[in-house]
Design a binder for this molecule. Structure first.
Ligand SMILES: Cc1cc2nc3c(=O)[nH]c(=O)nc-3n(C[C@H](O)[C@H](O)[C@H](O)COP(=O)(O)O)c2cc1C
Length: 336
């Protein structure tokens, strides 16, 4: 079975990629993912905020002159469970990239166009085969203009692209007025890949304790529908690679994303739930299905169910919606 895949100009042994998550917080974790068979590993994110904090620490140290590093750090204590992010991150990246034969991708996470983006270069120098730029930005202020939100994405990408020669993938939100146009403009601005999509942290409310609960929850397969729709719509319409992320629990979701046209399919929640070795289960399931359906290579099946290029995408989506709702409205949902 031939699973090899091109992603961001890199050749991967298969289209399954370990998405950014705490599983890649140690070299051992990265090694377990590689041993389980994934085609590439995206490290957990280094955040713009951590880089700002480090810059402040450096400035503080320089100001203090003779002050020791430990003393300087005490002015800006790290968050819980965090050990002075950027230096540790580069060290891990360097060791992980040497420890495994699959590409290790560094993840840089931010929301403003700033000098922090230059850190992508340090990731490249530490051995990152590519950079995944996660632009996580929720324009909560109702005065923020949609055009400014889009321009912000392009400006951040430009800064990262300026800093590196390795490929850059952009992980973005699905919530734009015209998501397709945003993707196209990122593609034109030089994004080598689009990672669809960021899962927004959607706080819950606990009515008993009257508190807002802000916790990351693991995904479910029902969540694949939104990225699946956009992967199918974008396939063949942009030069950048398309990566699907969200909702892969079994090989079924992996297969669906490939049929929609994803170049690679990422997974985090399922590996957190079942352990890194679950990657082998996903790949075995893909191979078993390919054998049963008579496919010898992933290329033969990739994009088979994408929206055909040349179709009137907007009319088609509207038509599908109207007929689905008409069908739903003539369905008997009882008995009550
Ligand atoms: C516990 C946890 C930690 C995550 N950390 C990161 C991160 O550091 N950077 C990032 O870009 N995405 C992060 N993600 C998002 C995942 O990479 C992924 O895009 C998302 O969970 C959807 O994929 P899934 O349904 O396979 O989990 C995290 C997700 C989880 C569940």
């Amino acid at each position: 079975m031939e699973l090899s895949t091109r992603y961001l100009g890199l050749t991967l042994r298969n289209p399954l990629v370990a998405s950014a998550s705490p599983l890649s917080k140690t070299v051992d974790g990265v090694r377990r993912l590689a041993d389980a068979g994934v085609g590439a590993v995206v490290l957990y994110s280094l955040f713009e905020e951590q880089l700002h904090r480090e810059a402040l620490q450096d400035a503080r140290r320089a100001e203090a002159g003779t002050e020791s590093f430990a003393e300087a750090l005490s002015y800006f204590p790290a968050g819980a469970g965090e050990d002075h992010g950027p230096r540790r991150y580069l060290n891990l990246l360097e060791r992980a990239a040497r420890a495994v034969s699959v590409p290790v991708i560094g993840s840089l996470n931010g929301s403003t166009p700033g000098s922090w983006a230059r850190y992508a270069r340090s990731m490249q120098d530490a051995g990152a085969a590519a950079i995944e730029l996660n632009i996580y930005y929720l324009p909560g202020d109702p005065h923020i203009r949609s055009g400014d939100v889009e321009q912000r994405h392009l400006d951040i990408l430009a800064r990262v692209k300026d800093a590196v020669t390795v490929p850059v993938a952009v992980k973005l939100s699905p919530y734009f007025s015209a998501t397709g146009e945003m993707v196209r403009r990122l593609d034109e601005a030089g994004a080598d890949g689009l990672v669809l999509f960021n899962r927004f942290l959607q706080p819950d409310i606990d009515p008993e304790t009257l508190t807002v609960v802000r916790a990351v929850s693991l995904s479910t397969p029902a969540e694949i529908r939104l990225p699946l729709t956009w992967i199918a719509l974008l396939r063949g319409r942009v030069g950048a690679s398309l990566a699907a992320t969200t909702g892969v629990e079994s090989s079924i979701e992996l297969i669906k994303y490939l049929l929609a046209g994803a170049d690679v399919v990422m997974t985090a929640s399922a590996l957190l739930r079942h352990g890194p070795e679950h990657a082998a289960v996903l790949l075995d399931g893909l191979c078993e299905w390919m054998r049963r359906k008579g496919y010898a290579t992933v290329e033969e099946l990739r994009g088979l169910l994408a929206t055909p290029v040349g179709a009137d995408e907007t009319a088609r989506e509207r038509g599908d919606y109207v007929s689905a709702l008409q069908h739903a409205n003539s369905t008997d949902y009882g008995p009550w």
